[in-house]
Design a protein around this ligand. Structure first.
Ligand code: NAD
Length: 359
């Protein structure tokens, strides 16, 4: 059956980078990928056109799609909007909420060709390949009650860190299954020495473990995990954690790779429907210049093929093509170094496409 894909270019460099990723998608269609691709508006560009960062038409298209490829949203033009519900990021949050995208996959991969770009010693990060599985729709970011109120003559701010057993179980299963497909090691990150909610988290992970006997489960407190990520990151295969710890650890892990322009991400719901996007933002400082790195978005297409469309061979082919282009010494400005050749966004797209066809 033909599956639908929705491309949402968004704002800033979004249109430039999704244009290159769409070319790769078209090359996959030419090789038999049975999908129908359409485009829509989200974020600031949607606000400009319809007065809403997530127009009803876009939401309908998103619900009907098996997968969404998103560029990025936001920019200074819309930061001045006083009505916070009209800000571009509300478009993203609305998509996550309406589609129930609870499982966030954040790979941190250091291509050996780019190991010098990391702030850590190359030998610590060369060949790094971690997958952080972050719970995205629960935890302290959404828990009730929350607020700031007056108590005993002073203001008090409060949030609630809450997870139900079923929420922990479903993200746990995503992580165990991910580990089965990779290096078969899963590290669950919690703060079970202090927080009851993460005592429950740990118990649920332990309860699931016998169902995945080929996966070696370990537990780590979040403070130690932060230390270990910068001390010896290659010890990790898959990490699973809640929304807030995952937010922080996945950004730290992203920085280990030294190049935000290289990192894709996925957000999945229970039926495998997913939204795929680069980890970086809309980079308004370089928008329109044709110099943005399209590789994170192209690699997001590879994740889409692997996790929503069940096309691992095409996913591998895209990833290999990217590796080959890096081997050839081609770089966009953000990842350039001595001895490499700096190319434009479009020229990088051309090179990946050519490598994809040649493999
Ligand atoms: P950013 O990731 O957009 O940019 C940070 C720095 O990295 C900039 O110097 C930028 O030029 C560079 N950069 C980012 N992606 C690049 C690429 N593909 N190629 C080359 N260089 C790249 O983060 P920011 O500056 O903090 O945010 C800019 C806007 O993006 C804000 O409006 C923010 O709200 C939004 N944002 C959106 C998302 C998203 O859509 N998921 C995520 C983060 C930030």
């Amino acid at each position: 059956m033909t599956q639908k894909i929705l491309v949402l270019p968004g704002d800033g460099i979004g249109p430039e980078i999704t244009a290159q990723a769409s070319r790769i998608l078209a090359a996959c269609q030419a090789r038999g990928l049975d999908v129908e691709v359409e485009e829509g508006l989200v974020g600031g560009s949607a606000y400009d056109a319809h007065g809403d960062p997530l127009p009803a038409e876009t939401l309908e298209k998103a619900k009907a799609a098996r997968a969404i490829l998103l560029g990025a949203v936001g920019g200074p033009k819309w930061d001045i909007l006083e009505d916070l519900t009209k800000r571009p990021e509300k478009g993203l949050l609305g998509l996550r909420k309406n589609l129930g995208l609870f499982g966030n996959l954040r790979p941190a991969i250091t291509y050996p060709q780019l190991a010098d770009a990391s702030s850590l010693k190359p030998e610590l990060v060369a060949g790094l390949d971690i997958m952080i599985v972050r719970e995205l729709t629960g935890g302290i970011y959404f828990g009730q009650p929350r607020g700031i109120e007056e108590r005993n003559g002073e203001r008090v701010g409060f949030n609630t860190y809450v997870y139900t057993e079923s929420e922990i179980e479903r993200i746990g299963r995503v992580a165990f299954e991910m580990a089965q497909k990779r290096g078969k090691k899963l590290c669950s990150v919690d703060k079970a020495n202090v927080l009851e909610v993460t005592i429950l988290w740990r118990e649920v992970m332990e309860r699931l473990a016998p169902e995945y006997p080929d996966v070696e489960l370990s537990h780590m407190y979040v403070d130690n995990a932060a230390m270990q990520l910068v001390r010896a990151p290659k010890q990790f295969d898959v990490m699973v954690t809640g929304n807030m710890f995952g937010d922080i650890l996945s950004d730290a892990a992203a920085m280990l790779t030294g190049s935000i322009g290289m990192l894709p991400s996925a957000s999945l719901n229970e039926s495998g429907q997913g939204m795929y996007e680069p980890c970086h933002g809309s980079a308004p400082d370089i928008a329109g210049q044709g110099i943005a790195n399209p590789l994170a978005t192209i690699l997001s297409v590879a994740m889409m093929l692997r996790y929503s469309l069940d096309e691992p061979m095409l996913a591998n082919r895209i990833e290999e093509a990217v590796g080959k282009v890096l081997d050839e010494g081609l770089r966009t400005a953000d990842i350039a170094s001595a001895g490499t050749r700096t190319v434009s966004t479009a020229a990088m797209g051309d090179a990946v496409l050519a490598a994809f066809e040649a493999l």
